[in-house]
Ligand binder design. Structure first.
Ligand SMILES: [Fe+2]
Ligand SMILES: [Fe+2]
Length: 192
């Protein structure tokens, strides 16, 4: 796959995302590319994955649900949380619409909202880039995560902050926390 000629993907995204989500996608792509370079991974492949990670985000609810019905291995609570539906649906779309066969790219898209216990560095980079891109994310949120990235074991430290933020925000809004999130948080505590 040629990760340097992305015009057709960008045009598709422009037509299927709103303006802010498209800017967020460009921001995630740029941030993922920078992080990939920092951690010795293919920056063009990370750019591409960051670019398309939210491809299903602006699909109408009914269309998302129709794609979701074809997803296997949904997590407990995932069906009840519509905000997460675009991740498994996005992985299916990436495969069918963009002919992506790279399993690590598909998995990074699949798990970019909830995360999972065993994530590769590439998957961690996409997960984190989604949270800290500087085109739409506020700097008061992103700065502590960026600082953690500059430390030793930075990817895990940055991930831990992301999970702390998620858990705090769920608690503040009286929302349920799925067991997977708690398990990942506990595991990250042991890893940093
Ligand atoms: Fe997303
Ligand atoms: Fe995103």
């Amino acid at each position: 796959m040629d990760y340097t000629n992305l015009e057709k993907y960008k045009n598709w995204l422009k037509n299927n995302l709103n303006e802010e989500r498209y800017r967020h996608s460009l921001g995630t792509a740029e941030c993922a590319s920078e992080l990939a370079e920092k951690y010795g991974l293919d920056k063009n492949r990370a750019y591409f994955c960051g670019l398309i990670h939210d491809c299903a985000k602006c699909f109408p609810k009914e269309e998302l649900e129709a794609i979701m019905c074809r997803c296997s291995g949904l997590c407990e609570g995932e069906l009840d949380n519509p905000k997460t539906h675009h991740a498994p649906a996005g992985a299916i779309l990436a495969k069918e619409e963009f002919c992506v066969e790279d399993e690590e790219i598909l998995s990074a898209i699949r798990w970019h909202t909830l995360g999972k216990e065993e994530m590769s560095d590439f998957e961690k980079i996409i997960f984190i880039a989604d949270k800290i891109e500087n085109k739409t994310r506020p700097s008061e949120w992103t700065e502590p995560i960026r600082e953690a990235l500059s430390e030793e074991n930075g990817l895990n430290k940055a991930l831990l902050i992301c999970y702390k933020n998620t858990i705090k925000s769920l608690v503040d809004r009286n929302l349920k926390i799925c067991k997977t999130t708690i398990d990942i948080y506990n595991k990250l505590l042991d890893m940093v």
